[in-house]
Design a binder for this molecule. Sequence first.
Ligand SMILES: *[C@@H]1O[C@H](CO)[C@@H](O)[C@H](O)[C@H]1NC(C)=O
Ligand SMILES: *[C@@H]1O[C@H](CO)[C@@H](O)[C@H](O)[C@H]1NC(C)=O
Ligand SMILES: *[C@@H]1O[C@H](CO)[C@@H](O)[C@H](O)[C@H]1NC(C)=O
Ligand SMILES: *[C@@H]1O[C@H](CO)[C@@H](O)[C@H](O)[C@H]1NC(C)=O
Ligand SMILES: *[C@@H]1O[C@H](CO)[C@@H](O)[C@H](O)[C@H]1NC(C)=O
Ligand SMILES: *[C@@H]1O[C@H](CO)[C@@H](O)[C@H](O)[C@H]1NC(C)=O
Ligand SMILES: *[C@@H]1O[C@H](CO)[C@@H](O)[C@H](O)[C@H]1NC(C)=O
Length: 358
Amino acid sequence: MLAALTLIGTALLAGAWPTPPYTPPGGVGVSPDSPPPKYEPYSQFDFQSLNLALNQEWIELDLFYKGLEMFTLQDFLDAGMNSEDRELIEFMAEQERGHAQLITDMLGPHAAKECNYTYPFTTVPEYVDFCQKLTRFGESGVYGFLPHLNSRPAAQLLLQSITTEARQQMIFRQFEGLFPMPVWFESAITQSMAWTLLAPYLASCPKENPRIEWQNFPALNITNNPSGPNPAYPPAITHNRTALSYPGMKVTFEWEKPGKKVGPDDAYTTSSSAGEPKFAAWISQLNTTYTPLHAISEDSAYTYQPNGSVFDIQGYFDPLVNDTMFVLITDSDLHVTPYNLSLLNAHVVAGPAMFQSG
Ligand SMILES: *[C@@H]1O[C@H](CO)[C@@H](O)[C@H](O)[C@H]1NC(C)=O
Ligand SMILES: *[C@@H]1O[C@H](CO)[C@@H](O)[C@H](O)[C@H]1NC(C)=O
Ligand SMILES: *[C@@H]1O[C@H](CO)[C@@H](O)[C@H](O)[C@H]1NC(C)=O
Ligand SMILES: *[C@@H]1O[C@H](CO)[C@@H](O)[C@H](O)[C@H]1NC(C)=O
Ligand SMILES: *[C@@H]1O[C@H](CO)[C@@H](O)[C@H](O)[C@H]1NC(C)=O
Ligand SMILES: *[C@@H]1O[C@H](CO)[C@@H](O)[C@H](O)[C@H]1NC(C)=O
Ligand SMILES: *[C@@H]1O[C@H](CO)[C@@H](O)[C@H](O)[C@H]1NC(C)=O
């Protein structure tokens, strides 16, 4: 009797009957009575998040093949890479076919098609650096919205593709001779931050592609950004490399005013709802850290790289800034954490830019 009551209580808690064995109460979508998962957007928020992710997958597909077409084997050999490394890049391009197909299947007939792209590299090291940065914001852009999707089934599939992209990102770091993973946690950014970083490389898109309904912030340039490629550090699984910047380093910025046409066919316009520029926001790992701006003009300022740690556990120190990470100019030092980072969007004057700290 008592056992039966407990069972009923448990079933009520789980919102289902009967409770499968070895399934503690709680969880979402784990009961045999749960509606079957639909791998599709449940809301406009979902559609637009997946639309952004699909545009990211398409550029990766184009980009990975592009380097193989643009540069000869000799160009790769001169950069310390070989034909097997080229094969790996080709395999990554094939992975992108699958990622783009997966999201296309979830979005249905209105899914975006491939665009034409414009790229900023002319050498193999610049290509590898660009791939490393593009996959970094692609990966971080998805981490920012995955737990906010209405469609958990869609989140499940996207998660299983973004973990592959995370491996690509690390391999490009290794091709660049950087330390493969100088952090304890990978950063998350918002859709508008990811779209701001992606839009400059989309030249023109098929007319029927759905509009990307996220914000384009004014561009931010770190005018003394450390350079990733360094001939002293050829491609390798790892190098005993120190960080490329340091706490207290002066970091100089220039940014654009809102109202500039950007993105495919110049069909998008940058905007900001922020007030006066006051802070640099450093989004890295689990933290958004602010440092005050100095010598602020309407389109430039400088700041100093923050010190501090994500965790400092019995002397094991995880520095706040030690990766390819994200910096923005903001009007406020709003306290945000990874799950409510989107509240920062309204305070962005410009950015993000990617800071090459490690
Ligand atoms: C891409 O560029 C080619 C060559 O200029 C052009 O024919 C094609 O229509 C463009 N495609 C898109 C999707 O803009
Ligand atoms: C950023 O600033 C550097 C240094 O002044 C400059 O070389 C570079 O062209 C700028 N990049 C952009 C996109 O304006
Ligand atoms: C690498 O760095 C660690 C700690 O920073 C040091 O203990 C070690 O000797 C270095 N190893 C090599 C091979 O340079
Ligand atoms: C940064 O913080 C660490 C750990 O607290 C400390 O050892 C180091 O001296 C600090 N560096 C600067 C430049 O303040
Ligand atoms: C960074 O975030 C972690 C995890 O939330 C927190 O414990 C830590 O205090 C934060 N560090 C700083 C300097 O804000
Ligand atoms: C974001 O969440 C943190 C708790 O994780 C909270 O302390 C902070 O106030 C929130 N920020 C805003 C702007 O609501
Ligand atoms: C910071 O990154 C460098 C590589 O850029 C790495 O060698 C170092 O171990 C990292 N430091 C910490 C404390 O994680």
